[in-house]
Design a binder for this molecule. Sequence first.
Ligand SMILES: NC(=O)C1=CN([C@@H]2O[C@H](COP(=O)(O)OP(=O)(O)OC[C@H]3O[C@@H](n4cnc5c(N)ncnc54)[C@H](O)[C@@H]3O)[C@@H](O)[C@H]2O)C=CC1
Ligand SMILES: O=C(O)[C@H]1O[C@H](OP(=O)(O)OP(=O)(O)OC[C@H]2O[C@@H](n3ccc(=O)[nH]c3=O)[C@H](O)[C@@H]2O)[C@H](O)[C@@H](O)[C@@H]1O
Length: 462
Amino acid sequence: MAICCIGAGYVGGPTCAVIAHKCPDIKVTIVDINQQRIDAWNSQNIPIYEPGLEEIVFAQRGKNLFFSTDVDGTILEADLIFVSVNTPTKKGGIGAGFAADLAYVEAATRNIAKIAKSHKIVIEKSTVPCRTAESMRKILDANSRPGVTFDILSNPEFLAEGTAIKDLLHPDRVLIGHLDTESGKRAQEALTSVYAHWVPKERIVTTRLWSSELTKLAANAMLAQRISSINSLSAICEATGADVDEVAYACGLDSRIGPKFLKASVGFGGSCFQKDILNLVYLSQSLHLPEVAEYWNQVVIMNEYQKRRFAEQVVRELFNTITNKKIAIFGFAFKKDTGDTRESAAITLIQYFLKENANIRVYDPKVPESQMRYDLVVDGGVDQAHYNKFVTVHDSAYAAAEGCDAVVVVTEWDEFKTLDYTKIYEKMNKPACVFDGRLILPLNKLKDIGFKTICIGKSLPH
Ligand SMILES: NC(=O)C1=CN([C@@H]2O[C@H](COP(=O)(O)OP(=O)(O)OC[C@H]3O[C@@H](n4cnc5c(N)ncnc54)[C@H](O)[C@@H]3O)[C@@H](O)[C@H]2O)C=CC1
Ligand SMILES: O=C(O)[C@H]1O[C@H](OP(=O)(O)OP(=O)(O)OC[C@H]2O[C@@H](n3ccc(=O)[nH]c3=O)[C@H](O)[C@@H]2O)[C@H](O)[C@@H](O)[C@@H]1O
């Protein structure tokens, strides 16, 4: 069996590397139109930081795992084709700001139709709106060579960045949606046989196509909803003296609620939660279900509120002005153990602080300066006047804190928990503040050192 994966990104790369690792009998080729990305996958510096990924790629590459820009040649020889391209929120036109941009999925599908000379099983790996498989089928049927047939499966990915390899090796479930036809069932069995190399059969769940597509949006919406719920409660905690960690712990002990995804934060980031909820909102609107759309939209509104609320708190606690003050930002990635910055709360916060004329010093162990500048300037619209007020410090968190009035913890990197905060305090302007947007620091200890401490969801006496 030969597998082609179109899209060598955060999903295509790790997912297919693990398939190659677990299925030595299958040839897996990951293709992309981005030459630079493929070159990086073929180098010693693979383009994605993900614990455990490098080891697997280095072990399989050149054996049964290949990275290539030869999209057409790889499609031609593949039996199974994963479509794992990006599906960002549309920036313009109908549905702008909400609907998923399916241009990349459509382009990849048209390419498969044009190239294929034999039967192919085409698998939606990208997160797509419900019934996208129908559009893919029409495109494939209308553009293929006579006699060439296709099956389409939905196989959404549930990995989280930072734990992708663990999630892929031990998934809670693998979901395969298929048409209820003989050929649809055969295709489902073919894909099941791949996962069955390492995933227990009872964890491979099969459903109809549309259920599978919608499950992906639903799962992300429900996860994000829990974060917005606890974040909304964090505001009540700050106002009343309740402690959000205690509330989350005690609620989570109820087996019907459970403890996961109840960590209050400065707001969720990442390329998918917001995008997928907006996609669900758009789908609901298109189906003339405004109350449903409004319900899910509130999850995103609450997330924006949380980021704004935290930023405003920083300014308020620094005597209502941060003009020319130095603020150290600990962490730029949207969560720990990844270099991914997409929709990171750090971007929103830094933009806010720069507009207030602060000087920003950022330290993140995995995000390169070029990426930060891209996010803030190219994509984020920070103007030239503020550009020079932003510096990145690569040496250490200690160096970033030098001469600062405040440290703001945005990403929950483990190393931030074990820093010598006495040393940091000595390097800072007094009174020195720590704002913990992740609830990871021992605030009482910091208070004893002399810091003014402010934390999401807690109203500790200063
Ligand atoms: N990032 C994540 O953790 C997760 C993402 N997803 C979904 O998976 C999909 C992919 O996401 P990422 O891997 O993060 O995106 P990504 O942006 O990292 O990678 C997508 C890749 O597809 C390539 N591409 C686009 N059109 C192409 C074409 N016609 N032919 C060949 N290559 C093409 C791009 O050059 C890019 O390298 C999205 O739909 C996303 O919602 C699902 C679960 C987790
Ligand atoms: O479709 C996707 O892209 C993926 O989206 C999320 O994965 P990911 O965004 O990589 O990471 P998460 O661990 O879900 O974290 C998302 C954001 O929520 C934040 N978060 C998470 C958990 C929590 O309790 N509190 C909280 O603020 C994180 O810090 C991060 O900013 C889902 O967890 C995956 O199942 C899904 O496959």
